[in-house]
Design a protein around this ligand. Structure first.
Ligand code: ZN
Length: 256
């Protein structure tokens, strides 16, 4: 048993008993670690020192080699992100991103993924409300790419031909991994995407989402289906139930 110190992002914390919790932490160097935290205050406690979701922590733990659950010795919050809890939309977006990362059994460190999540959560803390849907989509696609599943958007996943601009038929096939061009879309599966929606999707994936995204609910569904397929999930994401109605509401309230 060795003592290990790491920086990590708290993805999930749930009670194990009256006085202990199990933490799931994404670390840069060691992937996702599960830590048994005894005698810590719950995330609901005020006044600092508690364990808040989506904070960056420095954790010191006893690494029990060959085991999946290690024992937390101590922790220090190096960056609290209380701003995320200020709005349901922000919190649900962060919860979805955490679920994306937790959907993959990550044993080794993935510095790109770590940076992507940390920058994404930071932006969710400070950006204005109208930017949150686009931000969620961009960061979600970035994390999926960092996990090894970038969507194919420039050439057809069926035949490899370039996807033309303009009105030609195209579909987004989540299982296939991206866009089907006009020659393959006729017989193909997945939602039809018009030229405007395709441009919007490319901008979102490139990290430059428009504000507002015209149909954040439609884009979210595409990303969610893609993630469910490629992360081999058997259950839907829990945060979708909260998130999707909020994204649909954004559409209703947009006068354009
Ligand atoms: Zn094709």
């Amino acid at each position: 048993m060795s003592l290990v110190t790491r920086s990590g992002i708290l993805l999930r914390s749930h009670p194990y008993s009256e006085t202990s919790r199990i933490l799931r932490v994404l670390t840069s160097e060691g992937g996702i670690v599960s830590l048994m935290a005894k005698g810590v205050r719950s995330s609901a406690s005020k006044g600092g020192g508690g364990l808040d979701h989506f904070s960056t922590l420095e954790v010191v733990y006893y690494d029990r080699e060959g085991r999946d659950l290690h024992t937390l010795k101590e922790f220090r919050t190096t960056r609290a992100r209380g701003g995320i809890g200020r709005e349901v939309l922000r919190f649900a977006a962060a919860a979805f991103l955490a679920e994306l990362v937790l959907g993959h059994t990550l044993q080794e460190g993935n510095p790109e993924l770590y940076r992507g999540l940390e920058e994404g959560l930071e932006a969710l803390t400070i950006e204005p409300t109208e930017s949150i849907p686009g931000l969620l989509l961009s960061v979600g696609w970035r994390l999926l790419s960092d996990l090894g599943f970038p969507p194919a958007l420039t050439t057809c996943i069926g035949c490899g031909r370039p996807i033309p601009a303009g009105e030609a038929l195209a579909r987004f096939d989540p299982g296939g991994g991206g866009l089907l061009g006009p020659e393959c879309a006729e017989e193909g599966e997945g939602a039809r995407l018009g030229p405007g929606a395709r441009e919007e999707l490319r901008a979102i994936v490139a990290g430059e989402p428009p504000t507002p995204v015209r149909r954040p609910d439609v884009h979210f569904r595409l990303m969610e289906r893609f993630a469910l397929h490629h992360l081999d999930r058997t259950r839907p994401f829990r945060s979708t139930g909260t998130l999707l109605p909020l994204l649909e509401k954004e559409v209703e309230e947009d006068p354009s």
